[in-house]
Design a binder for this molecule. Structure first.
Ligand SMILES: *Cc1c(COP(=O)(O)O)cnc(C)c1O
Length: 229
């Protein structure tokens, strides 16, 4: 298990670097290892192999793994799942990054609940780029108003955008996201991060400027379906 994770990470790092060189991509991109549904021991194995940034979708899992692994220096927790307003306190306590902000109320709660002795939460706004009714995310037309409001909150730092395109619509959606990101940076020069690309479509995402690719299956193997799914 441990070896598999270390090997999967190594091949992911290599594949990413090779792709960046071949495509002559200039942006720096980081890998977020999505550990949802996987035990803390798998996260620890990835950490031992050099990985520092981990993505979690469910608040209880974030809390239990962050608590269990709190002695690991510079481990970084990225919350990437849908956010209910009664769960913001734990996210404000345990996450370093939040990728899935799509309404002001949630952002305000996270800012208010972020402990004063901690650095501001690094946040991304999730965009519903494929326009799916059922999906989380702010619509592109409402994005800039939300960005302006979030940027004013004292304990949040607006760092960029995130998207989960509809399967099969990757290229078009990633290209639109790249445009939105450049527009956003005109008003918010520090909001350069673009979180997009998963195990099946990270190459495409990198071609359109992704700075954070979120890989779960490619690192930790297939997830068992469980009560969350
Ligand atoms: C589960 C998940 C991922 C990882 O998906 P894989 O296909 O396993 O790489 C990435 N981002 C989000 C938001 C997820 O929920």
């Amino acid at each position: 298990m441990t070896n598999n994770i270390a090997e999967a990470l190594k091949s992911a790092y290599n594949a990413i670097t090779e792709f960046q060189i071949k495509q002559q991509l200039s942006q720096q991109s980081r890998l977020i290892a999505v550990s949802k549904t996987k035990p803390a021991s798998s996260v620890a194995a990835a950490y031992q192999a050099g990985q520092r940034a981990f993505g979690e979708n469910y608040v209880q899992e974030l809390v239990s793994k962050a608590t269990e692994l709190s002695s690991l220096e510079r481990i970084e927790w990225h919350f990437i799942g849908p956010i209910q307003s009664n769960k913001t306190r734990d996210i404000a306590l345990y996450a370093d990054w939040v990728h899935s902000i799509d309404r002001l109320k949630i952002a305000e709660r996270l800012s208010a609940q972020r402990p004063s002795d901690k650095t501001p939460l690094q946040v991304l706004l999730q965009v519903n780029i494929s326009g799916e009714e059922s999906k989380s995310g702010i619509s592109p037309s409402d994005l800039f108003e939300l960005a302006a409001a979030v940027a004013k909150l004292p304990k949040l730092e607006l760092k960029g955008l995130m998207a989960i395109p509809e399967p099969g619509k990757g290229a078009e959606a990633f290209e639109q996201m790249q445009k939105l990101s450049l527009q956003l940076q005109q008003q918010h020069p520090d909001a350069k991060e673009l979180s997009m690309g998963m195990s099946d479509d990270w190459q495409e995402a990198l071609r359109f400027g992704s700075t954070m690719i979120r890989l779960g299956t490619a690192i930790f193997g297939a997830r068992e379906t469980n009560s969350h799914d």
